[in-house]
Write a protein that binds this ligand. Structure first.
Ligand SMILES: [Fe+2]
Ligand SMILES: [Fe+2]
Length: 185
């Protein structure tokens, strides 16, 4: 019997999160009192999503896929650029001037990146990596996402940095999230 943690494989989890991210951008654009909360949820989802990809999924793809090194280098570069846009967006904030324009630019970068991952990386992982390994990778993703940083950190961009940063930045971000939540309640 599969452990509950290993019920979904890595591709299922990440593809589902891509759909959540797409909806999150839509919700974060809506005006009104729900915007701030939707924005914070989106930032958090994006941060933990990319952290898991960079720590666990791209390294497996780099080793397992033909031309995996070049392919994952492109994905990491896209992630780095997207994080810069997201960090600037966070500085502007959901009530700031230019928010919708910046949100739209980040949305475009993030969703194009996600589509490339699904098309070039996830599909190939499904073909090359065994079902059991993909389920184990799914469990690693869930564990990482439970304590990963929740804000965009453009300099934390590869396997080692993500694995090192998670126990350091994760708790700091989560305390800052609590403080922010308390102020905006
Ligand atoms: Fe990604
Ligand atoms: Fe992704």
């Amino acid at each position: 019997m599969a452990l509950p943690l290993m019920r979904d494989d890595a591709v299922d989890i990440l593809t589902r999160q891509h759909a959540q991210i797409r909806r999150g951008f839509y919700k974060a654009a809506l005006p009104g009192p729900t915007r701030r909360r939707a924005f914070e949820q989106l930032m958090r989802l994006l941060a933990v999503h990319e952290a898991a990809e960079e720590a666990h999924v791209h390294p497996v793809a780099r080793r397992a896929l033909q031309a995996g090194r070049a392919l994952t280098a492109r994905r990491r570069e896209e992630e780095k650029q997207a994080k810069k846009l997201l960090a600037a967006l966070r500085r502007t904030g959901p009530q700031g001037k230019g928010y919708l324009r910046q949100l739209n630019a980040a949305r475009k970068a993030v969703l194009e990146h996600a589509a490339r991952e699904e098309r070039e990386e996830f599909a190939a992982l499904r073909r090359v990596v065994g079902a059991r390994r993909l389920r184990m990778l799914g469990a690693e993703i869930k564990l990482t996402q439970a304590y990963a940083p929740t804000r965009p950190h453009p300099l934390v961009n590869n396997e080692a940095a993500n694995k090192l940063a998670a126990p350091l930045l994760g708790p700091v971000d989560r305390l800052r999230d609590l403080a922010r939540h308390a102020t905006h309640r």
